[in-house]
Design a binder for this molecule. Structure first.
Ligand code: PAF
Length: 276
């Protein structure tokens, strides 16, 4: 695997690969099996796979969260190498990424008005700017994103359709631990007790799905009631929204998804699932 810490060296190398299709997996490191599944998919669908590791400060609306974000670059490199990734772009400073770039304000046509967009002001603008910048640097044919960050995926699709029309954004299934907890870099910050408590998130979501309640308000009340009974979890939001428009719905149907953010200790976890 070739590792580049400077943008210019990466771009020079990529220029020599004319005619090859490029798959791109942007990450913030602290890699887990979920990330590796994106790498595998990229390797299967393109000639050259580029991964990036950059903990992007502009998408953290909370500096404590940025400081605590796990950084495990040596382990990440080993995992990527073993997975067969061809190129790692691991810039060491924000200046390396953003030099010469002017931050933009994206219009997401309302896709960002609820859930993560509402509870993490500024997060999606920061995320979209870094993804735009990375797309610009890497110029991939396909980019791979996990459905765990469903709203992020929708916004990236929206941004890419306008600014990178030739790029295909590929949605990849959420990978889960054996108790159903969605894989996330943040899971490693959970204590053993908190890790056990966290498994209530997929448990309650699965159970909500099985209840087959079609009135969204009723379903929301039921889920909120379930979470209120679990000590150690603080629900930030639970919403049922249309899987395409991300607008909150009144009636649950086969296009609806359940979205959740909850704190276990000081770790903020998100998840989503089809509602039917
Ligand atoms: O999902 C993430 O890890 C980040 O938001 C991303 C897409 C790498 C941008 O920093």
């Amino acid at each position: 695997m070739h590792t580049f810490t400077t943008t210019i060296a990466l771009q020079n190398y990529l220029q020599g690969l004319q005619g090859k299709t490029i798959g791109f997996v942007p990450t913030m490191g602290a890699l887990h099996v979920g990330h590796l599944s994106l790498i595998e998919r990229s390797i299967a669908e393109t000639d050259i796979t580029v991964a990036s590791i950059f903990v992007n400060p502009t998408q953290f609306n909370n500096t404590a969260d940025f400081d605590k974000y796990p950084r495990t670059i040596a382990d990440d490199r080993t995992m990527l190498e073993r997975a067969g990734c061809h190129i790692l772009y691991a810039p060491e400073t924000p200046a390396e990424v953003y030099n010469g770039y002017t931050m933009q304000t994206f219009d997401f046509a309302g896709l960002d008005s609820s859930m993560e967009g509402y509870f993490r002001p500024g997060h999606f603008q920061g995320m979209a700017n870094v993804v735009f910048r990375l797309f610009d640097i890497v110029n991939p044919n396909k980019a791979f994103f996990g459905e765990k960050d469903y709203q992020q995926l929708a916004l990236v699709r929206h941004m890419a359709a306008k600014h990178f029309p030739a790029l295909e954004v590929v949605a990849c299934d959420t990978l889960r631990e054996s108790d159903g907890l969605a894989m996330s870099s943040r899971n490693r910050r959970l204590s053993d007790d908190e890790r056990v408590i966290s498994s209530n998130i997929p448990r309650i979501l699965n159970s909500a799905k099985e209840h087959n309640i079609t009135d969204a308000k009723q379903l929301k009340l039921w889920v909120e009631g379930e979470f209120a009974m679990v000590p150690g979890i603080r629900l930030e939001y639970f919403e049922i929204a249309d899987g395409n428009s991300l607008q909150v719905v009144d009636k649950v149907n086969s296009d609806s998804r359940m979205f959740i953010a909850a704190y276990v200790g000081d770790v903020r976890l998100i998840d989503n699932m089809a509602a039917q």
